[in-house]
Design a protein around this ligand. Structure first.
Ligand SMILES: O=C(O)CCC(=O)C(=O)O
Length: 320
């Protein structure tokens, strides 16, 4: 039986390869992806490149901001419940659903203005400034998650987003649906313990039993209603849970921000000034496919779209 796991892995690999878009489908989707008018027709109520979706779409009470900033300083994460307007979140959920129903990975929702407007809301911008300092920037690492309502399906496996990023890095995670323990909400290991785990693994390629048990007990679950805002520093070990029988798909957005003078990795660039105009359509496409190329590691089914992502990546890569 010792060859069985290898055989299954080989069979899974072959099935994924078979599921890849055909050359004709790639050509058709490539044209469609670059066609702004087609995206506008797909979701007629959502704009592209026209304007920041502005207004008072989010609110954070002062005492909540203070409490969660101190949690961020102490434990490397924060959790603010029901920050965004219900209507805005429902609208972004509708956009994500339309994009998915049209056969795109749901992250293509980032072609629309709404998804780049999140950091432009005054209260979110103030919280980011308190966490990263003045003139913070957004990097172009964005993603949208749709964890289907099927038992056993899970969000991303445990990882950190920017090892050594310290106070110059912050991930934001926004649920567009209910995120519960049953449908795969986020889980994390607070900052100090995350670093201990990373150091132990780096030093000996495994985790001592006592540290393993302590870590399990320290795990924090973050079930949150739609429109909440949670986030973590780059060293925090985090993951999406597994669906244990919920009939509600878990839908969410992930974005990343840096301090003004932070040393960024190539993958994070180009950087975006949240005080300037929204990024152009081609930059949005570039951000989406650059992530897609990397994230097959977390979502093997994305491999279906890899040849398409490569073509769009080539066509939209900024000249350096
Ligand atoms: O939503 C998930 O399952 C994972 C999100 C995450 O880990 C991330 O965005 O870094």
């Amino acid at each position: 039986m010792s060859g069985a796991p290898d055989r299954f892995a080989g069979a899974a690999e072959a099935l994924l390869k078979q599921a890849e878009l055909s050359p004709d489908e790639v050509a058709e989707r490539f044209g469609a992806a670059l066609d702004v008018e087609r995206w506008r027709r797909l979701v007629p109520f959502a704009s592209i490149e026209e304007k920041v979706v502005s207004g008072d779409h989010a609110r954070i009470a002062l005492q909540d901001a203070v409490r969660e900033k101190s949690r961020l300083d102490e434990d490397g994460y924060f959790c603010l419940k029901q920050v965004f307007d219900r209507e805005w979140i429902a609208r972004m959920h509708d956009i994500a659903r339309a994009v998915r129903a049209d056969g795109w990975p749901v992250a293509f929702a980032f072609v629309y203005d709404d998804f780049w407007s999140v950091a432009r809301t005054p209260s979110i911008s103030a919280f980011l400034e308190a966490s990263l300092g003045p003139d913070f920037v957004q990097n172009t690492v964005v993603w949208a998650h749709w964890v289907p309502d099927a038992k056993g399906v899970a969000g991303w496996r445990p990882h950190d987003d920017c090892r050594g990023g310290g106070d110059t890095f912050l991930s934001l995670w926004i649920p567009l649906s209910e995120a519960t323990v049953e449908n795969g909400c986020m889980f994390l290991v607070p900052d100090r313990r995350s670093r201990e785990v990373a150091d132990a693994i780096k030093a000996q390629d495994s985790m001592p039993d006592t540290l393993f048990r302590k870590t399990l007990q320290d795990v924090v679950a973050l079930p949150v209603p739609p429109g909440s805002l949670i986030g973590w520093r780059g060293d925090v070990l985090h993951w999406g849970g597994a669906n244990s029988g919920s009939a509600v798909p878990r839908v969410s957005l992930a974005l990343e921000f840096r301090s003004r003078d932070a040393k960024t990795r190539r993958f994070e660039r180009p950087l975006i000034d949240p005080r300037a105009a929204l990024p152009p359509f081609r930059t949005r496409l570039f951000a989406i496919v650059k992530a897609l190329r990397e994230y097959t590691e977390f979502e093997p089914l994305l491999r279906r779209h890899l040849p398409l992502a490569e073509r769009i990546f080539e066509a939209t890569s900024p000249q350096e």
